[in-house]
Structures are given as structure tokens and as C-alpha cells.
Design a binder for this molecule. Structure first.
Ligand code: NDP
Length: 268
């Protein structure tokens, strides 16, 4: 691969994206000349942008909101995970110039839990939220054989749809649970409203671990609610870095050595 390698992330909005910083560090660490840019792409320009990006020699794209679902329509090949969840966060090209859609969010979440010694096997796990992020982690968590995997959502109709979609993963509704919960994962964007509260009390205790897929300031409200029960809380910055590393691996067949790459700037 000679010269600069063209990569990018597409979304709307996109200014906030940390992907250019993370992926450039990965490229630097592996001695690759990566030109990774954030592209503001609106929905009606999505197909044209993806087509021309790859036709012009683009090597890979990350996809963020609101295009994770729609981008799948413009791929030639879907990974098994994308077939299952119906959304993708990574596009790459194979030797035959076919576009492949993959999803690395679930693997990123599992890897970050492992780094943080958050156990999933045999645990009672509750996911709050039924949107794209929740759906992208459900199969990966289910494969870790939790004792019970439950979901709750502000809008109850979406819970039913999720239970149906992931019926083979033994996903259950939270409402009938009376047992203590080991891990509560916030996969909502509730913090955007400046407040977080969920109607659970008795099943939470000081042993419960709280994980927020959001990170930085966006995790403050969830942490503040969680701290009424326990001090074990983590934000999603580690997942963000790990899912990016899995995307990088799809493009270059090399997984960045995260222990050697300084990404402290992301924690500020
Ligand atoms: P979606 O828009 O697809 O879903 C949003 C979810 O949040 C829905 O379940 C919605 O419930 C719920 N919600 C929104 N506002 C409120 C509220 N005020 N109270 C209760 N529930 C609410 O978003 P995503 O699933 O894509 O993203 C969710 C979060 O995950 C985001 O903060 C995103 O940044 C983060 N994320 C982090 C990643 C990482 O790598 N760390 C990767 C992907 C996402 P309802 O159905 O009732 O509307």
C-alpha cells in the first residue's frame, strides 16, 4: 500500500467525533501513513458519498449516527453480526472492490469489560435502552453466557420488538425480575436531557457494577444516579477505543497494541 491511506468517519453531526484522533494514533503506532478525516454526510447523500469514497481509492470508513442502519443497504457483503443486528459501524473493501459492512461495537464492549475485569458469564445483566447501541451489544453479551440478560426501555413497545428480534439469545424483559442485578448497562442517550433516573431500587446494591456506553461529560448524570447504590462505575471510552481498534484490524489485518498507544487526551 503506497502513499497515504484514505480513511474516514461519516455522520451527521460529526464535529464531536473522536475517531480521527484515535485512528490516526493507531496508524502512527503501526508506521502507516493514514489520512483519516471526519466527513459530514447527510442522509440523502449517503449512497453517493460511500460509492465515490471507495471509487476514489478510499480504504475504509467508520459510520456513526444516524447512518449505522442505512449504510447497510449500500454494502455488497454483510458480516454475520450485521446480518443479525441490521446495523454497521465499519465499511471496508475487498480485492474485488466489493464493500463489506461490519459491526465492531459488540466486540469493543466485550474487550473493554475484560480489560476492566467486569464479569459477564453467569451474571444477571440489565441493558437500559433499545436503540442502535443496545442492539449492537446484545448478541456479544449473550454469547458470554450470562445467567440472565434483560432489557428495559422508556418506550415499552420497543422492548417487545427487541425480544422478538433477539429471541434466540434468551433476552428477557426487566419488568418481571426481582433478583439482584450484577451489571447495569446504560445504552440510552437520556443524559442529553441533562438528567438520568431509572425506576429501579431494590435489585441494586453496593456490588452492582454500572457501565455507561456514553463517555466523558455525557456519563456524569448516569454516574450520579449509580452512586446512590455503588462506587463501581465505568464510562464507554474504553469501548470506543476498542471498537475503533477492531475496525482498524478489519482494514489492516493488525490489531493496535492499545497498551503502547497514549490516548490519555481522550479522558479530559
Ligand atoms: P438511539 O437514538 O438509537 O437510542 C436511544 C435510546 O435512548 C432509546 O432506547 C431511547 O428510548 C433512549 N432514551 C433517549 N432519551 C431518553 C430519556 N430522556 N430517558 C430514557 N431513555 C431515553 O441511540 P444509540 O443507541 O445509538 O446510542 C445510545 C448511547 O450509546 C449514546 O449516548 C451513544 O453515544 C452511546 N454509544 C457509545 C458507543 C461507544 O463506543 N462507547 C458506541 C455506540 C453508542 P426510546 O426508545 O424511549 O426513545
Amino acid at each position: 500500500m503506497g502513499g497515504q491511506i484514505k480513511l474516514g468517519v461519516i455522520g451527521d453531526p460529526i464535529d464531536h467525533s473522536l475517531s480521527p484522533l484515535i485512528q490516526s494514533k493507531f496508524g502512527e503506532a503501526l508506521g502507516l501513513e493514514v489520512d483519516y478525516k471526519a466527513f459530514h454526510v447527510i442522509d440523502r447523500e449517503l449512497e453517493k458519498f460511500i460509492e465515490s469514497f471507495f471509487a476514489d481509492g478510499g480504504h475504509g470508513l467508520n459510520v456513526t449516527l444516524p447512518h449505522k442502519l442505512n449504510c447497510v443497504r449500500f454494502a455488497d457483503i454483510l458480516s454475520n453480526e450485521v446480518e443479525l443486528i441490521g446495523a454497521a459501524n465499519t465499511l471496508s473493501k475487498n480485492r474485488n472492490n466489493q464493500i463489506i459492512a461490519s459491526s465492531t461495537d459488540g466486540m469493543g464492549f466485550i474487550r473493554d469489560c475484560s480489560e476492566k475485569n467486569i464479569e459477564l458469564s453467569d451474571k444477571r445483566i440489565l441493558i437500559l435502552g433499545a436503540g442502535g447501541a443496545s442492539q449492537s451489544i446484545i448478541p456479544s453479551i449473550a454469547r458470554m453466557n450470562p445467567a440472565k440478560l434483560m432489557v428495559d426501555n422508556r418506550s415499552p413497545d420497543k422492548i417487545e420488538k427487541l425480544l422478538e428480534k433477539f429471541s434466540s439469545f434468551r433476552l428477557r424483559p426487566f419488568e418481571r425480575n426481582h433478583e439482584p442485578i450484577d451489571l447495569v448497562i446504560n445504552a440510552t442517550s437520556a443524559a442529553l436531557s441533562g438528567n438520568f433516573n431509572w425506576n429501579i431500587q431494590s435489585q441494586l446494591n453496593e456490588e452492582t457494577v454500572f457501565y455507561d456506553l456514553s463517555y466523558g461529560k455525557a456519563a456524569i448524570e448516569y454516574f450520579s444516579w449509580a452512586s446512590k447504590f455503588s462506587d463501581n462505575h465505568f464510562d464507554g471510552i474504553g469501548m470506543l477505543i476498542a471498537q475503533a481498534a477492531y475496525s482498524f484490524e478489519l482494514w489492516f489485518d493488525k490489531f493496535p497494541d492499545l497498551s503502547k498507544i497514549n490516548l490519555d487526551v481522550l479522558n479530559k
